[in-house]
Design a binder for this molecule. Structure first.
Ligand code: UDP
Length: 366
């Protein structure tokens, strides 16, 4: 008999396992995949740590979280500075002086950039933006919207910007300095040795069963522990009784190439609609000590999720958020099951927020 059965060995599950084991509880972790780590799993290919389920760049402004994760790994000084490719043009992201001065050849200073954006916006400005298109044009004007936002966003979310909520674009900074750092956070980096090593360290000395789908032997698993920490999709836990929550899925086409350097950057976004993938990740550029003569790249295709696909992004629109609340009400009635992580809580969590939420939950367990 276990004190806790943890379903899912991703970041949330692994932190719970580590902390509960440390507190003296008897813990077991199961995962339906054949590897631990959930979507932060990295795999060594040709001496390169490949982010198998999409690029994971650790960034946070929360010192407690940063100190916590640094107990499990050393972080390098990687700074995410993606490049956007639109047809035969290349631009720096996020939107900053490098972007503006390349888009408008007569813009050199922050003042000129601001004036130019104001001029462009003046013609199209709406007081209360109703959708992402209006919000984006209000923010940076129509030229940048057309080249760098319109196609990329439509590909990522599977519908035109006029049908998407304005808040999505608020994730992206606009800066009037020559600073290509994609994030505004105080701390940033990639763990030396990959993310899987972090998870393995957390799970040291803990019983882990891989290739074990909770739903295949639900009765057995439910009766083997006093409590369950469930990090899978919350709607699946309740057998979709109120209907399915919507997710976006991603498909990766990964290739090993016989060249030491394919694109010169870890992330290149393809912002025109006609290119079917959203971005290409070149994994070796997340690290600085890779001497591999080869390289590994992943083309990322965004897709509509259907039952049986891997869920990646929750689609937090009104319909889904309301549906989630119905499931959450059910979840709150169960005093022996805790729901956590991106899928358990249906939130577009970054890694630091997952850690903070796990540590927060664990504070309530003596
Ligand atoms: N975005 C864009 N062009 C880009 C990159 C991002 O228009 O080149 C917009 C797009 O609407 C996207 C949002 O910014 O949905 C958030 O992008 P982010 O890179 O934060 O998404 P993630 O890395 O989580 O997939």
């Amino acid at each position: 008999m276990y004190d806790y059965l943890i379903v899912g060995s991703g970041l949330y599950g692994a932190i719970c396992a580590y902390e509960l084991n440390k507190k003296g509880y008897k813990v077991k972790v199961i995962d339906k995949r054949d590897n631990v780590g959930g979507n932060i799993y990295t795999k060594n290919v040709e001496g390169i740590n490949v982010h198998v389920y999409g690029a994971h760049i650790f960034h946070t402004s929360n010192k407690e979280v940063w100190d916590y994760i640094n107990k499990f790994a050393e972080f390098n000084n990687f700074i995410n500075s993606p490049v956007a490719r639109y047809k035969d043009e290349l631009y720096n992201l996020p939107f900053n002086m490098n972007t503006f001065s390349k888009i408008w050849k007569d813009v050199y200073t922050p003042e000129q950039a601001k004036n130019r954006i104001e001029e462009e916006k003046a013609k199209y400005h709406v007081d209360e933006p109703k959708n992402l298109e209006e919000q984006a044009i209000n923010l940076v004007g129509p030229t940048i919207y057309e080249k760098l936002i319109k196609g990329y966003t439509a590909k990522q979310w599977g519908r035109p910007c006029t049908e998407l909520p304005a808040f999505i674009i608020k994730r992206l900074p606009v800066r009037f300095t020559y600073d290509n750092n994609y994030f505004n956070d105080r701390y940033q980096g990639i763990p030396v040795g990959g993310y899987t090593a972090i998870i393995n360290k957390m799970l040291e000395g803990i019983e882990v069963e891989l290739g074990a789908n909770f739903f295949d032997k639900r009765k057995e698993y439910e009766s083997c522990a006093k409590k369950i920490i469930f990090t899978g999709p919350i709607d699946e836990f309740f057998s979709y009784k109120y209907g399915e929550l919507e997710y976006r899925s991603v498909r990766f086409e990964t290739e090993v190439l016989d060249t030491p350097n394919y694109q010169g950057d870890a992330v290149v976004n393809y912002t025109e609609y006609e290119v079917p993938y959203t971005r290409i990740i070149e994994h070796k550029h997340f690290e600085f000590d890779t001497t591999s003569p080869k390289t590994v790249i992943s083309r990322e295709y965004s897709s509509t999720w259907k039952l049986g696909d891997e869920p990646y992004y929750p689609v937090n629109n009104e319909r889904n958020n309301n549906l989630y609340l119905k499931y959450k009400e059910e979840a709150d009635k169960l005093d022996n099951v805790i729901f956590g992580g991106r899928l358990g809580q249906y939130k577009y969590y970054d890694m630091d927020k997952v850690i903070a939420s796990a540590l927060d939950m664990l504070k309530n367990i003596k």
